[in-house]
Design a protein around this ligand. Structure first.
Ligand SMILES: N[C@@H](CCC(=O)N[C@@H](CS)C(=O)NCC(=O)O)C(=O)O
Length: 234
């Protein structure tokens, strides 16, 4: 059985890490059996980030490499119908969400004080003292540094909002009135899109980004559709 190592669930979502939720959603979409061992520890991840998987002795880290591995080993039920142009467009949207939009979301969770209070409680509230006092501050310092390293953290709040809003508008326009991001059939891009959209729409962190996403009813309807289809009763 595939073992998915990820953070414990938070914010009422399968996972508050969009990368972890992406892989869990992909596994469900592809109909692959998996388990999530308790007590997964990010320090044991080969790349120091979640998620990673163990699959019959193979350890694979990074959500996209995990999906590549799963496709190679178990076949590609989700993307084999896509032509080259659809694949190219899907990859561009995926990269936008993961490599750009992600950092705008991170800013409102970890840097802005109101969001940070909720993130700290949800991610670290279960820890015992003194860890619950030390770990959040250390983790926040690392995220601040990473935001700076990426470049997003060098922008003003208004600029970060403008960047994030453009991305979510692009996602809404790309989806349009299609049921799934690449058309009538779900594809692996939907694992990413659902994970990232739910991680804005359905978390308690209020932000101009969340307000902006709410302006597009097709995005909320899409998330509801994905939830009913792949997480029924959850
Ligand atoms: N490119 C990686 C990104 C994974 C990632 O950024 N994971 C974050 C959580 S959303 C993480 O584990 N952060 C913990 C850390 O950096 O210590 C993937 O696609 O899996």
């Amino acid at each position: 059985m595939i073992r998915l190592y990820q953070f414990r669930p938070a914010f009422g979502l399968p996972n508050a890490s969009p990368f972890c939720m992406k892989v869990e959603t992909y596994l469900r979409m592809a109909g692959l059996a998996y388990e999530c061992p308790r007590g997964a520890d990010v320090r044991k991840s080969p790349k120091g980030k979640m998620p990673y998987i163990e699959d019959e002795g193979a350890v694979v880290a990074d959500s996209s490499f995990i999906i590549d591995h799963l496709k190679r080993k178990y076949g590609d039920p989700l993307d084999s119908h896509l032509g080259a142009d659809a694949r190219a467009a899907a990859l561009a949207v995926q990269r936008m969400l993961e490599e750009n939009t992600y950092w705008t979301v991170l800013y409102f969770r970890w840097i802005e004080e109101a969001g940070w209070a909720q993130t700290r409680a949800a991610f670290f509230g279960w820890m015992n003292p003194p860890l619950k006092w030390i770990v959040p501050a250390v983790a926040r310092r690392i995220v601040r540094k990473e935001l700076h390293g990426h470049g997003m953290g060098r922008h003003t709040r208004d600029e970060i909002v403008a960047i994030g809003m453009k991305d979510f508008t692009a996602a809404a326009d790309f989806l349009g009135d299609k049921p799934y991001f690449t058309g009538a059939r779900p594809s692996s891009l939907d694992a990413t899109a659902y994970a990232f959209l739910a991680n804005v729409l359905w978390v308690p962190v209020e932000s101009p980004l969340k307000q902006h996403v709410r302006k597009y009813p097709q995005l909320e309807a899409y998330c509801q559709r994905m939830k009913q289809q792949y997480y029924p009763g959850k």
